[in-house]
Write a protein that binds this ligand. Structure first.
Ligand code: FMN
Length: 185
């Protein structure tokens, strides 16, 4: 299967991107292929219309849609800001419409404190439900993200625990992607 891995943080000195790098490495060790979509690199302008209504969409916006379209499933790595998700993420959710429909999407949340982004988890559910994405009911939650993963995606503590949690997380996404593929066959 092919997985788009969205790294949502564009913040200077961001730490949740380290989790995305970790997941990219983990996925490379499976049968899946992975496409890391770093929203900091994408550097999209602030949303002003959905892609399908744009008269002359920018090439990077068209490319983003194509990357999502091609993916059997999506993992969103998002930090928690003020109990919610960063603007950069909403900016791309609103951009697409049909491409999100029925798409299996797993959440990986991260925060600097002990609660691991439990509030952004709830906040993100609603817009994705509204847009008819298929949110996988299995998540990866990273507390104290700055202590857990290094800048190269290495695990700084509890390597065994992260391996175990990642396996379950990816297996559950795998189940949803397989189910969707069978429905579309
Ligand atoms: C604007 C802002 C708001 C934040 N709000 C929360 C919050 O509501 N809950 C929380 O646990 N951490 C909060 N934090 C801490 C972040 O979760 C922490 O800085 C984390 O590293 C953010 O991910 P990032 O480094 O990829 O940007 C906030 C950080 C910022 C910059």
């Amino acid at each position: 299967m092919h997985i788009a891995l969205i790294s949502a943080s564009v913040r200077q000195g961001r730490k949740s991107h380290n989790v995305a790098l970790y997941l990219e490495k983990a996925l490379k060790g499976t049968d899946n292929t992975v496409d890391l979509i770093d929203l900091k690199v994408c550097d999209f302008p602030i949303f002003d219309e959905r892609l399908k209504f744009m008269k002359e969409p920018a090439a990077n916006v068209v490319a983003f849609a194509e990357r999502i379209r091609k993916a059997d499933g999506v993992i969103i790595v998002t930090p928690e800001y003020n109990g919610s998700f960063p603007t950069s993420l909403k900016n791309v959710i609103d951009l697409l419409t049909e491409d999100w429909k029925g798409k299996p999407i797993s959440f990986c949340t991260a925060s600097g404190g002990a609660f691991a982004g439990s509030q952004v988890m709830q906040e993100l559910l609603f817009p994705l439900w509204k847009i008819k994405a298929w949110v996988v009911p299995s998540s990866m939650q990273v507390p104290k993200v700055q202590e857990q993963f290094g800048d190269d995606g290495s695990v700084l503590m509890d390597a065994e625990g992260w391996e175990r949690r990642t396996k379950v997380f990816l297996n559950d996404l795998g189940w949803a992607m397989e189910a969707r593929r069978r429905m579309e066959a």
